[in-house]
Design a protein around this ligand. Structure first.
Ligand SMILES: C[S@@+](CC[C@H](N)C(=O)[O-])C[C@H]1O[C@@H](n2cnc3c(N)ncnc32)[C@H](O)[C@@H]1O
Ligand code: SF4
Length: 386
């Protein structure tokens, strides 16, 4: 397997996505363990002002490995990419185009917190080549937002979505979280109704995960907040699917709904199909033809290594055939288009009739989860990969 610095990888037929991690947030949400830093946490040796230049230095290194290979999708995530000036994000996007080359119809997404954009910043991003924006809405209910430490006023979301439309964004998505302590089923319905009223092209809705080591996990451990039971979380998933489907947003992945096939997030589809992607930025992960690697985590170490002309790779692994098969089952079974039956080994195929009889799976050549199966997806994957 070719390593990071060994020259062009000739895998021209596999679609390529670029991820750009922006590790800054104004406030850390208690539940989040992403690699992100507030101004207080950042310390010496890295600043927001120089971040775009560091990221561009990694883009140049990526081009040495990849050669010119059309980039089908670009995704700026975080952290909060829109904590950086729009001009900085556009500079990084230009560098990707200059050094690697964007495909003519490339999908270019940025994540954004609703209170980190203005009409002017959105217009600049759109004119600079961004086509898609994903707002971290999470909830429309103030007490739920407060439990999540989210800083925006719920009224800011419709405003930000309107600004994005006025700026000409082709695709507008919102991220939701359900299962926050204290969130009633009615609260969740309020959030879903508010979401539908935004007429988004795409919605992601994830159950809140208690991540070890976070402030939120400590509160759960101390009993200050109580997580809902699995039945309530399942009911909220069913409600989400019913309300979003009724509004014309169909599921295409377990936690993702889209207006139509064009509104699906092509970047995430590329991950879920095991394509190639390069993650730029501290702590970012990459995958090229079965080899994975990850970058040094801290922005200061990342910037210093690039300044010295060194690799930012911190570690790597080659996933073996068994690992790749397990991943393929886990990821593709979550998709509406389903998992090809021949991706399973003989022992997995032998389990299919039982899962069909229990109403969890449909299909012959491609296996697709039923609604009931979507609620039990992890258990279905375990049964198919004995
Ligand atoms: C890491 S954030 C980056 C974008 C932006 N800063 C935001 O918060 O919307 C991407 C998404 O991950 C979600 N997320 C982070 N930690 C999570 C957790 N513990 N459980 C569920 N969703 C989580 C966030 O709520 C957000 O919708
Ligand atoms: S959820 Fe988003 S805004 Fe909150 S800390 Fe994580 S990356 Fe930052």
């Amino acid at each position: 397997m070719q390593s990071y610095a060994e020259g062009p990888v000739t895998e021209g037929d596999r679609p390529l996505g670029m991820y750009v991690h922006v590790p800054f947030c104004s406030v850390r949400c208690g539940y989040c363990d992403f690699n992100t830093y507030t101004a207080d946490e950042l310390g010496e040796g890295a600043t927001r002002a120089t971040y775009a230049s560091s990221a561009i230095a990694e883009v140049r290194r990526a081009a040495e490995v990849l050669g010119r290979r059309p980039v089908e999708t670009v995704f700026f995530g975080g952290g909060t990419p829109t904590q950086l000036p729009a001009d900085d994000l556009v500079r990084v996007l230009r560098a990707l185009d200059e050094h690697l080359g964007l495909a003519p119809d490339a999908e270019v997404t940025t994540e954004a917190n609703p209170d980190s954009v203005t009409p002017a910043s959105l217009a600049r991003l759109r004119e600079g080549g961004f086509t898609r924006i994903s707002f971290g809405m999470q909830s429309a209910v103030p007490h739920v937002l407060a439990t999540l430490d989210r800083t925006h006023d719920p009224a800011r979301v419709p405003q930000a979505v309107r600004w994005a439309r006025e700026a000409g964004f082709e695709q507008v998505s919102v991220d939701l979280i359900y299962g926050t302590p204290g969130e009633s089923v009615d609260d969740w319905r309020t959030t879903l109704d508010a979401t539908v009223a935004l007429e988004p092209d795409h919605v992601s809705a994830y159950a809140l995960i208690v991540e070890d080591g976070t402030a939120f996990a400590r509160k759960v451990r101390r009993g200050e907040v109580v997580m809902p039971d699995d039945d309530e979380t399942a009911d909220k998933y069913l409600l989400a699917d019913a309300v979003l489907s009724e509004a014309g947003l169909g599921w295409y992945e377990l936690s993702n709904w889209a207006r139509d096939a064009d509104a699906r997030c092509r970047h995430n589809l590329l991950y879920w199909h095991g394509a190639d992607w390069w993650g730029v930025g501290p702590g970012a992960h990459s995958h090229l033809a079965g080899r994975r690697w990850w970058n040094v985590k801290h922005p200061a170490a990342y910037a210093q290594r690039l300044e010295r002309g060194e690799s930012v790779e911190a570690g790597s692994e080659v996933v073996d055939a068994a690992g790749r098969r397990l991943e393929q089952v886990m990821l593709e079974l979550r998709l509406r288009e389903g998992l090809a039956l021949d991706a399973l080994d003989a022992a997995g195929r032998a389990e299919v009739p039982d899962l069909r009889d229990r109403g969890l799976l449909l299909g012959d050549e491609r296996l697709v989860l039923t609604l009931e199966g979507r609620l039990l997806a992890d258990a279905v994957v375990r049964q198919l990969t004995p």
